[in-house]
Design a protein around this ligand. Structure first.
Ligand code: SAH
Length: 371
């Protein structure tokens, strides 16, 4: 019988031929394999998928991001031509809600061309449905964007880009790899490559054997490219993801299938693989490119500053009791400190000279600015 090999079989074969894979290589293959990768062959997002994202919880999220985009455009001095961009739009729910919100600002709409960055043809089809009636251009990467000012948003996009892990062992930080155990099954092991301690956060000398450090050059490179574009052509970007504002140690490699945590090595291509985003590393990467300004805050603080409560109140005023309950539940999930409010962070990057009198990076206050 001539069965198509599974992604697991193909990964094992590759390890047999060329040795253990880094976590980054493994993640890249699992997420993006053209035939059997996670984003190329499954329907990951939403109640019936594997995980629910903020825009899927409530329209309130996209409305706040839409208002942020209009504020960004005003702070930039209302350029008469700019690219409104979303990176990794998933089901297209966020861009759909943003477009519904910004159509109340006709001058903004007239100046905007809409661009979506998406790697998976399957996801593009979903996004096409959600943006029907709008003129949208899809791109595979940042380099394809036109040389104009950007207003770019990305929610839970950076965490899907591959990351590396290093494990302290015998005085060195060895790359964490995926190889084959004695029974020929996928297993974590230490690779020969080691990380230069110059890349580690301060205090690494005190970390015990077995301590894990995560490093994501692909995420940093992406933010650097974005920051270059913003400094050269102008614009603002808003990057939202779960993670921490300070670099640290710890294993955050996680796999989720059907809303439950599973083993990252369990079923390659069937589970969502991610790790926490290190925002302080990304802030550094953004600042290295030209004279970008950067600010970060917890998602809860950001949404409250954008008027989340006022908007929920306005919608609730004309709603029945059931819908009012739904709205307060959504506010709690999006902004509550025990839910997404603290775990998720929002980072803004500006490459534009902003209008006099506008906040340093709207709606961030001076205390959020790291430059
Ligand atoms: N932003 C969405 C979902 C994020 S899931 C939401 O908030 O619901 C990640 C998205 O990024 C998916 O659409 C996935 O197909 C896309 N993606 C993954 N890797 C990518 C890459 N390298 N370039 C562009 N898009 C990518």
């Amino acid at each position: 019988m001539n069965q198509t090999p599974t992604l697991r079989d193909r990964i094992k074969r590759r390890i047999e031929l060329s040795g253990p894979m880094s976590v980054a290589e493994y993640m890249h293959v699992c997420m993006s394999d053209p035939a059997q990768g996670y984003y190329t062959s499954t329907d990951p997002i939403g109640r019936r998928g594997d995980f629910v994202t903020a825009p899927e919880i409530s329209q309130l999220f996209g409305e706040m991001i839409g208002l942020w985009a209009v504020g960004a455009w005003e702070a930039m001095g209302k350029p008469d031509s700019f690219a409104l961009v979303e990176a990794g739009p998933g089901n297209g729910t966020l861009i759909g809600d943003i477009l519904r919100t910004v159509r109340h600002f006709p001058q903004f709409m007239q100046a905007a061309s809409i661009h979506l960055l998406e790697a998976s043809p399957r996801m593009i089809e979903r996004q096409r449905e959600r943006t029907r009636g709008h003129d949208v251009t899809w791109h595979a990467n940042l380099a394809e964007l036109p040389p104009v000012p950007l207003i770019l948003m990305a929610n839970e996009f950076l965490d899907v880009l591959a990351f590396r892990q290093y494990v302290r062992s015998g005085g060195h930080w060895h790359e964490h790899c995926i190889g084959l155990d004695g029974g020929g099954e996928l297993a974590f092991m230490l690779g020969a490559a080691t990380l230069d301690p110059a890349f580690l956060p301060t205090g690494w000398e005190r970390e015990p054997d077995g301590s894990v450090f995560e490093y994501a050059p692909a995420r940093e490179a992406w933010v650097q490219d974005l920051s270059h574009h913003l400094c050269e052509h102008g614009g603002l970007a808003l990057l939202i993801d779960y993670g921490q504002l300070q670099s640290g140690f710890g294993d955050t490699f996680q796999a989720v299938e059907n809303h439950k945590p599973v083993s990252p090595l369990g079923e390659p291509g069937r589970a969502d693989l991610t790790s926490h985003v290190d925002f302080s590393a990304l802030e550094r990467a953004a600042r290295e490119a030209g004279n970008a300004r950067v600010a970060s805050a917890a998602q809860g603080d950001f949404l409250l500053a954008m008027g989340l409560l006022e908007r929920a109140g306005a919608l609730g005023a004309t709603a029945d009791a059931g819908l009012r309950d739904e709205l307060s539940l959504a506010v709690e999930r999006l902004a509550g400190p025990q839910q997404m409010g603290n775990l998720f962070k929002v980072m803004a990057i500006s490459g534009s000279t902003l209008q006099p009198g506008s906040p340093p990076l709207p709606p961030f206050t001076a205390s959020h600015l790291t430059r």
